[in-house]
Design a protein. Structure first.
Ligand code: HEM
Length: 519
């Protein structure tokens, strides 16, 4: 029903419509006619016909059982027939791009009245533009794909290319020069790691973990070796078509018997002098976006040592979907190279130095995973605060239970600690060359990622307890908690297993101990 045809009613008038076939209710000062809908109601008709609901103000009952988005769906929005005379509705649907006013729902640089040493007004403008883009253009696709397992839509990929979000996801650098970033919101020479952090925070905040990986995470880790180690000819061909989203690229390192142990890969490349091509045979496993990639940045072994090859998809490259605990929208694949032929010019870096090429990529990847994890984690803190506030138990809000407040206290402490360390590391990155970052930050980023993925899982446990059965239900009130609980372990595995990364951090610290350090 259009806003024009909405009428105004009194509570008395609504109360007369309180039976089967003639059933009205009030939710947040809006009047709904459920006479025909009651038999179609997913929760059944009887709950709507109880004396405390039929013809009554059912606001509290409604928000105890449904997310507010339910009322925005067109098929339900049209059940509204009017509003209450002289009463205002309090619950406003969020406008795309708006900041949340729930305490701790936003990092302090976005929270009203708080400060941060790291961000400028330019960063805040950029954040607004990215959030609005993500909520308007990405969220509907994410919601659809996360459930159905469909691949990210071509329209979203095209828009990620047009706005240069794809290019920005590779970080600051020459590849941004001459590009219009987010309709000119930031100049290429001003773009720094905090802008990139903002993009990843906003994507993480969607709370759709498999879609997040489907949103070309493979590109973020697969293209840098081409940019940094590819020949000029190769770059001129591959970089424009991947930055625009026209072609898709991913990174193929892990194998059934080699995960975090990159030295252990066995995919084999032989050089064929007759054709001047590499011939590759082997099997790569857990390859994000592998199902729909056109190029595979692949670590191989050869007689002359490890090398990285950019392998184009041909008939000799087979991809099979891997069913993991998250949705197939990520395009996670088993990739089989069956004597795949690769031109000599597709070698990235030097033959024999493949591991170096791959290692140089890892810091950025781990830092990115840490950010998206923080984005999702903060969203879960917001969900829990809202739920604890609106859910009534034993006649009082859930937040009146000390055990729930204790969980919330731990969750808030974890997200604030995680984000503050993350921002401190990002500040170091802004002030160090790439080489300095490799030397001074590889260990710390390993420890940071370990910490962030571990505390995410602790908060996932707390959030599930707070949401109860809803926290293990894939639709409805707890759907984001369910996703977070099921998928936060991915952050502890992808880009290097949590324990391996913690160990890396400590080994690097031990290596840098002063020779004369004594108690
Ligand atoms: C405009 C009015 C309403 C609409 C459009 C509506 C719509 C829905 C929808 C779409 C669901 C499926 C779950 C979801 O997507 O969240 C649902 C479930 C449910 N609804 Fe409603 N509903 C309305 C009012 C109410 C009211 C007033 C009650 C009062 C008690 C109620 C009780 C329930 C229950 C018990 C469930 C099942 C919840 C669950 O599975 O956890 N609904 N409703």
């Amino acid at each position: 029903m259009s806003a024009k045809s909405l009428k105004t009613y009194t509570r008395e008038e609504v109360s007369e419509h309180n039976k089967e076939g003639d059933l009205w209710i009030i939710v947040d000062a809006k009047v709904y006619d459920l006479s025909r809908f009651s038999n179609l109601h997913p929760g059944g008709p009887s709950v709507l016909l109880t004396p405390t609901v039929a013809g009554k103000d059912a606001t509290q009952a409604f928000f105890g059982l449904h997310r507010h988005e339910v009322l925005l769906r067109p098929q339900y929005a049209r059940l509204q027939i009017g509003t209450l005379a002289e009463e205002q509705s309090l619950i406003k649907p969020p406008t795309p791009g708006a900041l949340s006013r729930v305490p701790y729902a936003e990092p302090s640089f976005l929270a009203e009245g708080y400060f941060s040493p790291y961000y400028t007004e330019g960063h805040r403008r950029f954040q607004r533009a990215i959030r609005e883009f993500v909520e308007r253009e990405v969220l509907p696709d994410a919601t659809r794909c996360e459930d159905s397992g469909a691949r990210i839509s071509k329209d979203v990929v095209r828009r990620l290319g047009e706005t240069n979000i794809l290019a920005m996801r590779l970080g600051p650098g020459k590849h941004l020069h001459g590009r219009t970033l987010m309709d000119g919101t930031v100049k290429p020479e001003e773009f720094n790691y905090f802008h990139e952090l903002i993009i990843n925070l906003e994507l993480g905040r969607l709370g759709m973990r498999s879609y997040l990986d489907g949103l070309l995470a493979g590109f973020v880790i697969g293209l840098p070796p081409v940019l940094n180690f590819g020949s000029e000819e190769l770059k001129a061909r591959i970089v424009p078509e991947t930055l625009s989203g026209e072609k898709i690229i991913c990174l193929a390192i892990s194998e059934p018997a080699a995960g975090s142990d990159v030295q252990g890969v066995t995919t084999w490349a032989d050089f064929d002098e007759a054709t001047n091509e590499w011939v590759v045979s082997g099997c790569k496993k857990w390859i994000t976006n592998g199902m729909f990639s056109d190029y595979f940045t692949t670590l191989c072994q050869s007689k002359s040592g490890p090398l990285v090859l950019l392998i184009p998809r041909t008939d000799d490259v087979e991809t099979k979907p891997l069913k993991t605990s998250y949705s197939s929208t990520a395009g996670t694949a088993l990739v089989l190279f069956n004597r795949a032929r690769v031109p000599k010019g597709n070698v990235l870096g030097k033959v024999g130095q493949g591991v170096k090429v791959i290692l140089s990529n890892f810091n950025h990847e781990r830092w990115m995973i840490a950010i998206t994890s923080v984005g999702a984690h903060r969203r879960i803190v917001e969900e829990c605060l809202k739920w604890a506030n609106q859910r009534m138990v034993y006649g009082k809000p859930l937040s009146s239970q000390a055990v729930i407040r204790a969980k919330l206290a731990n969750m808030i402490a974890r997200i604030e600690a995680a984000q503050n360390w993350l921002e401190s590391v990002t500040h170091q990155m802004c002030n160090m060359s790439y080489e300095e970052q490799s030397d001074k930050l590889a260990g710390q980023i390993g420890l940071l990622k370990q910490f962030i993925s571990r505390v995410s899982r602790e908060s996932a446990e707390d959030a599930t307890q707070i949401f109860g059965g809803r926290g293990i239900t894939a639709s409805g009130m707890g759907k984001l908690v369910e996703i977070f609980h099921r998928t936060s372990p991915y952050d502890a595995i992808l880009g290097g297993a949590e324990d391996v990364l913690g160990d890396l951090g400590v080994r690097q610290a031990i290596r840098k101990m002063p020779a004369n350090a004594r108690l």
